[in-house]
Design a protein around this ligand. Structure first.
Ligand SMILES: Cc1ncc(COP(=O)(O)O)c(C=O)c1O
Length: 399
């Protein structure tokens, strides 16, 4: 059967289709299969291997026992919408009306999809920073938008202001930020965020910000772009409970934005999942209300894991870019004699039993050569697992 159209565009955008149009396996699938087949430590995928706080887990169990098992309201359960609004005010001083300016989604992934599909038309440009989280390109392509990028370069992965200015045009409908950033762990500073707001104002663009790692910042506080002067009314802020509460499988995400933007996004969201995760919604509400100490400890624990893996990678001979937030560290395999990280990642499980992902998986095909020797490793794993990984990595120097 010859299937064509938007699915193929999206698949090409997501790099799932080869040049011949055939379905190809993503590097993520390939590496996870390789990890399983070789019994390797999987530092490829970004999910924690420990459960989140008991209060949150207990609350979900209780909700199931209490019969909260049917469709929740389309915008999300009031208890969660109120907790999201209270969280935005508590941490950032941002005020949103829980009834009109907050929307609960099936993870940040659905929030991104509904936002891009609702707010772009065929031919509009969606500007992202590159490397980029893979769903951005796929959804932009599915909606018929043109995906444009601004490079984030080793080792600090901050955008060049002139390149950013040149990339935003009157065709730019959305400037999509991911702050803190996957895969680099970079955080945009206040000047960069201010420039983004200025350019969005100048060109009539909206800002979409994916802040799923907002509570996992180690060296300096997270700055939501919506807190900058003039930003709030044109910014759609997206986050999720997956990373903060180590519950990536629950897929409870949310959006805060002006009421008319939320309405437009809800119009699309209702036909994607309609609703999701009833018993997890009150549980994430409990999480968002946990004391400050929980959030500080979560970040500090992960910072120690970052330091552990960074030290191990350096010791093994990689050059390492220091991430200031998130789950991932980028290491350059070139000093070890490997110029092609994709090839290196395919060899690594067999060599030492560790899996990473080549950064080329997060960039447009035409830009792969700029990132060719870089590998992303996840450190959101138990310290014992990271110790073992570091031990194995040390064998790269003396196999
Ligand atoms: C930058 C970024 N955005 C969104 C997501 C997906 O979030 P969720 O699991 O809430 O859909 C991830 C997950 O890895 C991510 O890294």
């Amino acid at each position: 059967m010859n299937v064509s159209g938007s699915w193929q565009r999206a698949a090409r955008g997501a790099m799932l289709l080869g040049a011949d149009g055939a379905l190809s396996t993503t590097i993520f699938t390939e590496m996870s299969a390789l990890a399983a087949a070789t019994g390797s430590i999987n530092l490829g995928q970004g999910f924690p291997d420990e459960d989140g706080p008991d209060e949150v887990l207990d609350s979900a169990r209780q909700a199931i026992s209490d019969g909260i098992n049917q469709y929740p309201p389309g915008r999300g359960m009031p208890v969660l919408r109120e907790a999201i609004a209270a969280h935005q005010e508590r941490f950032y001083g941002l005020r949103y009306d829980p009834d009109r300016e907050v929307l609960v989604t099936a993870g940040a992934t659905e929030a991104l999809a509904a936002t891009i599909l609702a707010l772009t038309q065929s031919g509009d440009e969606v500007l992202t920073f590159e490397p980029f989280y893979d769903s951005y390109g796929a959804i932009a392509a599915l909606g018929g938008a043109t995906h444009t990028t601004v490079a984030l370069r080793w080792p600090d992965f901050q955008p060049d202001a002139d390149e950013l200015r040149a990339a935003v045009t009157d065709r730019t409908r959305l400037i999509l930020i991911n702050n803190p950033h996957n895969p680099t762990g970079a955080q945009f500073d206040a000047e960069t965020l201010a420039l983004i707001v200025e350019l969005a104002q100048q060109h009539g663009a909206l800002i979409v910000t994916d802040e799923v790692y907002e509570h996992l910042a180690f060296d300096r506080p997270h700055i939501p772009v919506a807190t900058l002067p003039g930003a709030a009314e044109r910014t759609i802020t997206i986050s999720s409970g997956g990373k903060t509460f180590s519950a990536t499988g629950w897929k409870i995400g949310w959006i805060t934005a002006a009421a008319e933007l939320i309405d437009a996004i809800l119009a699309v969201k209702q036909f994607l999942t309609f609703v999701n995760g009833a018993p997890f919604q009150p549980a994430i509400a409990v999480g968002l209300g946990l004391p400050d100490a929980f959030f500080a400890t979560a970040a500090a624990t992960l910072r120690d894991k970052r330091d552990l893996l960074m030290a191990g990678l350096r010791e093994a001979g990689f050059a390492v870019a220091r991430p200031s937030a998130g789950y991932f560290v980028i290491a350059d395999a070139a000093p070890l004699g490997y110029a092609d990280a994709a090839e290196f990642c395919r060899l690594l499980p067999g060599l030492i039993g560790v899996v990473g992902i080549p950064v080329s998986a997060f960039v447009l095909e035409e830009h792969r050569s700029e990132y060719s020797s870089l590998v992303r490793f996840a450190y959101c794993k138990r310290a014992t697992v990271l110790d073992d990984a570091v031990d194995r990595l040390s064998r790269l120097r003396s196999p």
